[in-house]
Design a protein. Structure first.
Length: 251
């Protein structure tokens, strides 16, 4: 089997997942985007969190050209991406009880804010505890996860629950357990994960919905422009000045 054929299969698998999400999660995407717009209109702040590779879609909507300027990354040291050494430490930290509590206690999150928590499996202590404690603070929580994991895995949180059990809105990425989309007789393990592609697309769909919802209310969406187009820096400077009290990635 040629590499080109495998590439085609991966693209087809990713496209099919995107189609499923578009068709089956439309109501949840609308609800999530509307919740973010409600938060902005009511003076709240927006945050996104993800651990390991699930942090990539969270980072993708922060300080992003064409994105909402008010999206802030809720960072947990050691679990944002794979920059920590050894990389396996990040996976271990996701299972540590109490870490989310410590992060929230020192974060700017407060009642009236909204937090998007991204976790493919939704089973580790960190995202579960993050959702539980954020809601206890009066924060609205949107969970982006693969619901399939709840049917064939065991929770690693003491409560036995998953991320999806502690959210105001759940977005199901439809990613199969194990993430990888392809198999081959000559390859001993599944390969070609699609979760980042799909999850990032869901996040951008939610952002687009939020921007449209704000515009429908007569509120100019606080969008950023590319700094590589003429006038982009001036535009962004205006937006960041207007919303300085709700933007934390400049501090």
């Amino acid at each position: 089997m040629s590499d080109a054929t495998l590439a085609d299969q991966f693209f087809d698998a990713a496209i099919e997942l995107l189609r499923r999400v578009r068709d089956e999660e439309a109501e949840a995407v609308t609800a999530a985007g509307t919740l973010l717009a409600d938060t902005v209109a009511d003076g709240g702040r927006l945050f996104a969190f993800g651990a390991g590779h699930s942090s990539l879609p969270a980072q993708d909507v922060v300080y992003r050209a064409g994105g909402l300027a008010l999206m802030n990354l809720l960072a947990v040291p050691g679990v944002v991406g794979v920059d920590v050494m050894p990389a396996t430490l990040g996976s271990a930290l996701e299972r540590v009880d109490g870490l989310a509590s410590a992060v929230l206690d020192t974060s700017p999150l407060r009642a009236g804010d909204a937090l998007v928590i991204i976790s493919l499996s939704g089973r580790n202590a960190l995202p579960v505890e993050m959702a539980m404690n954020a809601r206890a603070l009066g924060v609205k929580v949107i969970g982006l996860t693969s619901v399939a994991y709840t049917t064939e895995t065991r929770s690693r949180h003491a409560s036995g629950t998953y991320l999806k059990d502690h959210c105001d809105i759940v977005l199901d990425s439809k990613i199969a357990i194990g993430d990888a989309t392809l198999t081959l007789d000559t390859v001993p393990a599944p390969f070609a994960p699609a979760s980042t592609v799909v999850t990032s697309a869901i996040m951008q769909a939610v952002m687009a919905t939020a921007a449209g919802s704000l515009a429908e209310r007569g509120i100019e969406p606080p969008l950023l422009r590319s700094g590589n187009v003429d006038g982009g820096h001036d535009w962004n400077g205006r937006v960041m000045t207007e919303y300085a009290d709700r933007i934390f990635y400049r501090r």
